[in-house]
Design a binder for this molecule. Structure first.
Ligand code: DGI
Ligand code: FE
Ligand code: FE
Length: 196
């Protein structure tokens, strides 16, 4: 893949506010570090991180219009969770506009929820999003330590945190988030392969 860095940066600058642009660059850098640590393609990881939030600042109206234009039908859970929309819409936009490969697109698509059987690249983007340089929530240092031990060790805490908050606020938890969490739990209990 020949990446067109200047075009992507211009697209991001046009679509994102300053905070989100800086977050995107930070996630890209963290993705590259994790790729180096865990043996993924560093360039691909950098670009995936850079572009993961490309639809984050889009209005609800525009995002819903984008879904309609692209014949994307949301489930009840998705319709009621606007925070998930930027990952779904962004991944379709990136695929259509720049033709990135399926793995790249999936890493963007599932960066918010996770899913079962995530690839190395998907795990890297999921974790990098939690620990990028500007993140300063309580517990971020623990997450930065966890990621050095394993991506799964970091993901389990991220997923626990997300699900915990959603349940506490009586918000629906997307099935992909549950599947990601179950996957990690089962992996830990059955490290040599999951039981059915
Ligand atoms: O886009 P970022 O802010 O960098 O991070 P993100 O894409 O991981 O989005 C985090 C938000 O997404 C957070 O406020 C919780 C929400 N979220 C994550 N998983 C789910 C979810 N919301 C719902 N309703 N259901 C989920 O499964
Ligand atoms: Fe996001
Ligand atoms: Fe993000």
């Amino acid at each position: 893949m020949n990446y067109d860095k200047e075009t992507y940066l211009a697209d991001l600058r046009f679509r994102l506010d300053d905070y989100r642009f800086a977050h995107s660059v930070n996630v890209a850098h963290t993705c590259r570090e994790l790729a180096k640590m865990y043996g993924e393609n560093e360039e691909k990881a950098w670009y995936t991180g850079l572009l993961h939030d490309i639809f984050k600042n889009e209005t609800k109206e525009n995002t819903l219009a984008f879904f309609a234009e692209n014949n994307i039908v949301l489930t009840d859970c998705e319709r009621n969770a606007p925070k998930l929309w930027h990952a779904m819409a962004g991944s379709v936009y990136l695929q259509k506009t720049y033709g990135f490969d399926e793995e790249f697109i999936r890493a963007v698509r599932y960066h918010t929820t996770g899913r079962a059987n995530m690839s190395l690249l998907e795990k890297i983007v999921f974790c990098a999003d939690f620990i990028s340089a500007e993140r300063d929530y309580p517990g971020v240092d623990d997450m930065r330590e966890r990621v050095k031990i394993s991506l799964e060790y970091c993901m389990e805490e991220g997923l626990r945190f997300t699900i915990d908050e959603l349940v506490n606020d009586l918000c629906p938890v997307h099935p992909d988030t549950i599947h990601a969490f179950n996957d990690i739990c089962l992996l830990k209990r059955f490290p040599n392969g999951k039981k059915e």
